[in-house]
Design a binder for this molecule. Sequence first.
Ligand SMILES: [Zn+2]
Length: 494
Amino acid sequence: MRKLIILAVACVLVLAVVPSAQQPDALKAAADSLGAAKINTLQFTGSGANFSVGQNFTPTEPWPRVTVKSYTASINYDTASMRQELVREMGTVMPRGGGGPFTGEQRQVLVVSGNDAWNVPAAPPGAAAPPAAPAPAAAPERMLALWATPQGFVKAAMANNATTRKTKDGTEVSFTVGGKYKMTGILNAQNQVERVQTWIDQPIVGDMLVETTYSGYKDFGGVMFPSRLVQKQDGFPSLDLTIASVTANPAVDITVPANVRGAQPPPVRVESAKLDEGVYYLTGGTHHSLVVEMKDHIVLVDTPNDATRALAVIAKAKEVVPNKPIRYVVTSHHHWDHLGGIRSAIDEGATIVTHQSNKAFLERVAKTPHTLNPDRLSTSKKPLKIQTVGDMGKLTDGTRTIELYNLTGYEHTGDMLIVYLPKEKILGEPDAFTPPATATTPLVVTAVPYAAALYDNIQRRKLDVKTIAPFHGGRTTDVTELAKAAGKSATVSQ
Ligand SMILES: [Zn+2]
């Protein structure tokens, strides 16, 4: 994967290798109309919205919208670099669906240069800026976004022997970046780039379509540029901007920080803690899992992030419970960060236990093409085995019982299953309550209703919970702390 990204970028960097005279006429006309040859760097600003991809309330709803108060993209086409700065804004209530809870303003700085990608964290008040955070997995998406800008698309097409053909929508321009990433665009009758399609690897939905449409072209101080940009990922809007200003050839000097250059994802670490006899809490990363030993098999709850983490979690489950197969993998909800390794679970031969509203989505996920980054399921093509749960479900071997409850009144997602072991009084839950590092730190305001929903469900269903094992954060907790964080008076049943 890594090697291919480097190849891709190296190829794109060699711009304009094909002499202009040999370029298709439609491409030459677009280059003229957009001034592509004269633009080496470009900055554009705007405002609108971005959307939390993979975090919809149900698998059929659009991604949750977050207002973008200001957006600035600074691009250097010669060095294949782009810095995007966003100021996002949130009231006291989160939109329906997931995404990291915050209130007020949130500044994001997302950078790519060649095959390196990183984020610039905000400096805490009065303190020095922390070091750049390498984001190697984001490199292909950001690199393709840079070449999907109108001028970038024309430059990349000319550098990569693009072919053209007439369609009813306009002239279709196609080429492959680095022998791997396909790009297809439509040039309209005014020789403007109207639409660009690219595909990136996504662990769940596979070769994921990223489609950007441009409209309302106008002259921004000598540069023809669209006044509106709408990007969609996997069919739903992911970025929607109204452009305010465009500057041609500003100074854009983006240097890869030393700690980012060539950075690889940190090694996957899975740690296990025994919560009770045959019950293990798997941590060590950003997302945790639960392992429950049954008479002749294992039940695993959540295979998060991606195939790499999922395979490590599966291996750890078999290590803490040796010589038993993983027969069931419960997926807590469909959000992509928790579902990332589901294809590894299907390949493992496990029956996937999920809320009934996810059935159609998982059926699609089990069959999506993964040509950009093939996983084990791409080869094994094992069929999906699925067991759905409505309001509640139960897994039992006659001795141990695992109860699954749909978390109701919960705006984060409609399909959340919390996992309850009545005998051990253990409750596993993702996202509803992530205890802060210390018990005295209050929750982010927008996260309080989630904690309240969990507390209400525990009360309403009369669950006698001794230990809460959250799927985020660094520690287990209890109902007393949950009640306090949720702003409830702690009428704890036990
Ligand atoms: Zn979630």
